[in-house]
Design a binder for this molecule. Structure first.
Ligand code: WTA
Length: 651
């Protein structure tokens, strides 16, 4: 973010107090801040008590082996029981859990009672495949009800799941299956995207060529497309799951039993397996969903328009909303299929009251124009949320006006895969919102903005965002790599969690998130590391060296720009042929289409410091078409001139 944008942000002086009607009925009031400040452990214990525990905990927080936290130690509970059976026991079995909308327009309604039967059958099916508590199950699925069912079935039998986003490649899937040693994979023939069936099973087949330990693949038939079949390993969901009894008695697991592993990009090429556990995670996702979205389970229709393959889907499509017994919308496809009003048609059809999505979607809708949402009845909406990347004030204002009818609060929620749950966000019945600011830490959460030396910055200044106290939904470790957990998050500022984000405190002390301060890019709300893309590029035979930067992009937040040096023979050929297309496709194949570079520039040399470090800052200047910053630490300052000469006309 440039200094100019920064000062624009801080000149933002529009204010939006909570609507009186919402404030009067709000689930959470300002008192929560005081209660949590007085005793945060007592505060979280009160929120944990909103769940059903088979065994009470003996200690709220055990931080004796910091930074390895244990929450609600000694307590036992079952996550699926809390998300499903508990509501059926309370007589709410007929309440809709999901209104599912397939991209081609087919629909399914699942009540909590339906969900209980389906999850029980799937749990029995997994048991019949030999899955036991503690075994890892990989889930590689489109956005269909079976995805939620599979996750809850795993939770029910204590088998941690790792959901791999369906847009990831076979290669990415292989790496994740191997890293957590999953023995069973749940997938589908394919799903619908952009008006066509998009296959998933071939990627599983390709990944499993190098995963000999996977013994079973459970396949949902969604699109009906042809699939290759490995006898003895592959089994259809409709054969195995449907035949199972709909009874299954859930066992209570320890509060610290692993619930899932979610892989996310860090600053190295190897994604990190973020481990979340049971009691603390469910407590905080359930409470934050209740507080930040002010959900009224009897009347609200809630929609997180994100993919279940990301943490947002885990916490705010699956675990949070279900723990609160809420009715949700689940949509399979893309926002412009079959037309650009698809989301608004869904809001109108199901009378959606709360919508949660990423700024990149909002900016795309802005580009498509006001007339599209204006053609639908969006009066049911009462609250809007944003997540995944900084939301610029204009996008915030547009969201509130064009979608929220100038009446709905917009909550900008900051959190991460690692935090598990929302951390910094307005409370809609309490906070006066400022367009572009996440405001302050939620009750029970402690954050600070610090300088290089770790000292809190004064109001009006910027620095690094840190979390100063453990929180219930925090990651417990990086799967299989405790040292990396300590090094990545707890060593930059000892005793505090380093989020990797820059932030600024305004004159009121409110927090404005400014984006990553490390080599992680944020493209359409997806975290992608520069090194991950670089190693994909250099794995192509024609590439000698690559440097990748995230350049500001008005729609996607950041766009991936790659600078590559070709190998000798390829470089000669490169004069006639443009290898960029080939390399873009290669990255998509290695990581997934979301990582495909927006632009690839073939260069003769890369700018390096005397110690051999690539100066990405200068490449970013080029990618963003700016005057070059300080070049004095370069070994050879003519390198930059040579790169500029190679730029295509007009860039
Ligand atoms: C960014 C997504 C600004 C941030 C839940 C963070 C945000 C990363 C916001 C985590 C926000 C998320 N404002 N930036 N409201 N929310 N981010 O792990 O850089 O996919 O570190 O989790 O997204 O991305 P992740």
């Amino acid at each position: 973010m440039t200094d100019e944008t920064l000062s624009n942000l801080l000149r933002e002086d529009r204010r939006f107090p909570p609507p009186a009607a919402l404030a009067e009925q709000a689930n959470v009031t300002a008192a929560a801040y005081d209660e949590a400040a007085a005793d945060s452990e007592a505060f979280w214990a009160a929120q944990a008590a909103r769940l059903d525990w088979a065994e009470p905990w003996t200690q709220v927080l055990d931080w004796s082996r910091a930074p390895f936290a244990r929450w609600f130690t000694g307590g036992r509970l079952n996550v699926a029981d809390n998300c499903v059976d508990r509501h059926v026991r309370a007589g709410l079995g007929d309440r809709v859990a999901f209104h599912w909308e397939g991209e081609p327009g087919d629909t399914r309604t699942l009540t909590y009672a339906d969900l209980k039967d389906e999850v029980s059958r799937a749990a029995n099916a997994l048991l019949s495949l030999g899955v036991r508590a503690g075994d890892r199950v990989a889930i590689y699925m489109p956005m269909i009800p079976e995805t939620v069912v599979a996750m809850l079935a795993c939770a029910r039998i204590g088998a941690p799941h790792t959901v791999v986003f369906g847009g990831f490649s076979a290669e990415a899937l292989r790496g994740r299956i191997q890293d957590c040693d999953a023995r069973v994979v749940v997938t589908a023939d394919g799903g619908y995207r952009k008006g066509a069936a998009s296959a998933l099973k071939p990627a599983v087949d390709a990944a499993l060529e190098e995963c000999p330990d996977v013994r079973s693949v459970l396949v949902v038939r969604r699109t009906g497309q042809d699939v290759a079949w490995t006898e003895g390993r592959d089994v259809w969901w409709h054969d195995l799951v449907t035949a199972q009894p709909a009874d299954h008695t859930p066992e209570a697991f320890d509060s610290e039993h692993p619930l899932y592993i979610m892989y996310t990009s860090g600053t190295t090429a190897r994604p990190k397996g973020i481990l979340h556990t049971t009691g603390g995670y469910l407590t905080q996702v359930a409470w934050s969903h209740f507080a930040v979205f002010d959900v009224k389970p009897e009347t609200d229709v809630y929609w997180t328009a994100a993919d279940i393959g990301w943490v947002t889907g885990h916490s705010y499509i699956v675990y949070g909303p279900l723990a609160n017994g809420v009715t949700s919308v689940l949509y399979e496809g893309t926002p412009d299929t079959p037309h650009q009003g698809r989301w608004w048609e869904i809001v109108q059809k199901y009378r959606v009251t709360i919508l949660y999505c990423a700024p990149t979607a909002i900016r795309t809708f802005m580009k498509w124009g006001d007339a599209i949402p204006a053609g639908y009845d969006l009066a049911s909406l009462r609250l809007l949320g944003s997540v995944g990347e900084p939301i610029n004030p204009e996008a915030w204002m547009w969201y509130r006006r064009a979608i929220g009818g100038d009446r709905t609060p917009v909550v900008d929620t900051w959190w991460q895969t690692e935090t598990g749950a929302q951390m910094i966000s307005p409370l809609p019945g309490v906070s006066t919102c400022k367009p572009g600011s996440a405001l302050r830490p939620l009750p029970g959460v402690s954050a600070e903005v610090v300088d290089d030396a770790g000292e809190p910055v004064p109001n009006g200044s910027g620095g690094y965002l840190v979390l100063t106290r453990p929180w219930p939904a925090m990651l417990r470790t990086i799967w299989g790599d405790e040292q990396r957990y300590v090094d990545t998050y707890w060593s930059r500022f000892p005793g505090r969690y380093f989020a990797g984000d820059g932030a600024k405190k305004d004159e009121d002390g409110d927090i404005w998130l400014l984006g990553r301060v490390d080599d992680v890019m944020n493209v359409s709300g997806h975290r992608i590391s520069t090194t991950e893309v670089e190693s994909a590029l250099v794995s192509h035979p024609i590439v000698a060296e690559a440097a990748v930067v995230g350049a500001t992009d008005t729609t996607t937040g950041q766009g991936i720009v790659a600078f590559v040096i070709l190998r000798g023979d390829a470089a000669d050929k490169g004069a006639e042929e443009d290898p960029a297309q080939e390399l873009r496709a290669h990255v998509a194949k290695e990581i997934g289409p979301i990582a495909r570079p927006r632009q690839i520039l073939v260069v003769a040399e890369l700018p390096k410091t005397r110690s051999g470090k690539i100066m990405r800052r200068l490449l970013r200047d080029i990618a963003e078409n700016r005057e070059l910053g300080d070049v004095t630490t370069l070994t050879d300052s003519t390198v930059m001139d040579a790169i500029r000469e190679r730029l295509p006309e007009g860039s």
